[in-house]
Design a protein around this ligand. Structure first.
Ligand SMILES: Cc1cc2nc3c(=O)[nH]c(=O)nc-3n(C[C@H](O)[C@H](O)[C@H](O)COP(=O)(O)OP(=O)(O)OC[C@H]3O[C@@H](n4cnc5c(N)ncnc54)[C@H](O)[C@@H]3O)c2cc1C
Length: 320
């Protein structure tokens, strides 16, 4: 059975390692990064939670904050509040729990037949647009609803509020290009969408994170001439808009598919054909994501900057 190097501690990489181990392959984990990753809140919807549960068993998400509803006002439509169970987890804590469950893996010594990585150079990607996600934290008004996520739109993009527990809330906004003053723009969009009514104050500081959808055009290279194969998974393989709590599920699916590629190659299926299949599946998922964004965003965001953003062909902006 194959020895596989797992290059990092992303959720997709670790999930791939778990599946490989369950099929009798050996994995080698990279050392933990010298600087521990900071906390990274992720909203996980029910299907994502079910997928995690089926892959890792129960208990992985113990103690995380539970949400019960979502309040949505999209593109001038009526406000709706409906049940939508979800959890807010710290991606860094989740990865640490996965790593603990995996155990130490296989020691150094032999060259791996494959490497699975979630990191790829920016220049490797085909990026579609220049949008950014603004993010900051704020306090909810005392007595406010801490179990309902809120999504609303303005002409310039969507705004999402994710209660984090203990009265704190993550405020995010997706805007169609680089923001000169993320905190000021986030405050303006919170105000325009009426979202400020549930917050004590807008976030004092905010970051702008590159969020344009992007795809690695060559995420799978088969082993050749004594060099091991390379499978790029998770955030390194494709990035989708974090709109509905499914980004992690998408990343996990790349880990599942990568494990299937390695497993099938080990029993004699052509690694070249498997790698081509892997790339085609990711390409299909990416195109589907772009179509969904166009269908949802186009009517909701009349701002010309969004119309330009949505008209950009894949690869139109190298990597802003
Ligand atoms: C702005 C934004 C918001 C998102 N919000 C959500 C959300 O609410 N819900 C959701 O389901 N998905 C969300 N996603 C998607 C989600 O972040 C990823 O899909 C998910 O974390 C899994 O990605 P991954 O497996 O590639 O691992 P990641 O955790 O993204 O890691 C990628 C690689 O980077 C390495 N790495 C990380 N930190 C360090 C460090 N300090 N030093 C060295 N290496 C490091 C990891 O080891 C790994 O190899 C969001 C994405 C973005 C860009």
């Amino acid at each position: 059975m194959s020895l596989v190097a797992i290059a990092g501690s992303g959720l997709a990489e670790l999930t791939c390692a778990r599946l490989l181990a369950s099929r009798g392959h050996r994995f080698r984990l990279a050392p933990e990064p010298a600087t521990p990753a900071g906390s990274r809140p992720l909203l996980l919807n029910r299907p994502t939670l079910d997928l995690l549960d089926s892959l890792w068993g129960g208990g992985l998400l113990d103690g995380t904050w539970e949400l019960g509803h979502r309040h949505v006002t999209w593109g001038g439509g009526p406000a709706e509040r409906f049940p939508q169970p979800a959890r807010v987890v710290d991606g860094t804590v989740l990865a640490a729990r996965m790593r603990e469950r995996l155990g130490p893996g296989h020691p150094d010594g032999e060259d791996p037949l494959w490497t699975v990585t979630a990191v790829a150079p920016d220049a490797a990607h085909r990026q579609c647009g220049r949008r950014e996600l603004l993010a900051g934290t704020a306090q909810l008004r005392p007595g406010g609803d801490e179990r309902t996520a809120r999504l609303a739109t303005t002409a310039l993009g969507w705004v999402h509020l994710t209660p984090l527990g203990a009265g704190r809330c993550l405020a995010q906004a997706m805007v169609p290009g680089p923001a000169a003053d993320p905190a000021a723009l986030l405050a303006r969009l919170l105000d325009q969408t009426g979202s400020l009514s549930v917050l004590l104050l807008p976030p004092r500081t905010a970051v702008a994170v590159p969020a344009a959808p992007r795809l690695h055009p060559a995420p799978a290279l088969p082993p050749a001439d004594g060099t091991g194969g390379l499978l790029t998974v998770g955030a390194g393989a494709l990035r989708c808009d974090p709109l509905s709590g499914t980004g992690t599920a998408q990343a996990l699916r790349t880990g599942i598919l990568a494990a299937a590629v390695i497993d099938a190659a080990a029993v004699g299926t052509s690694a070249t054909a498997l790698c081509a299949h892997y790339a085609a599946r990711l390409h299909g998922a990416f195109q589907e994501h772009l179509r969904s964004c166009a269908r949802l965003y186009s009517p909701a965001f009349p701002d010309p900057a969004w119309q330009d953003e949505l008209a950009v062909p894949v690869g139109g902006h190298p990597h802003a």
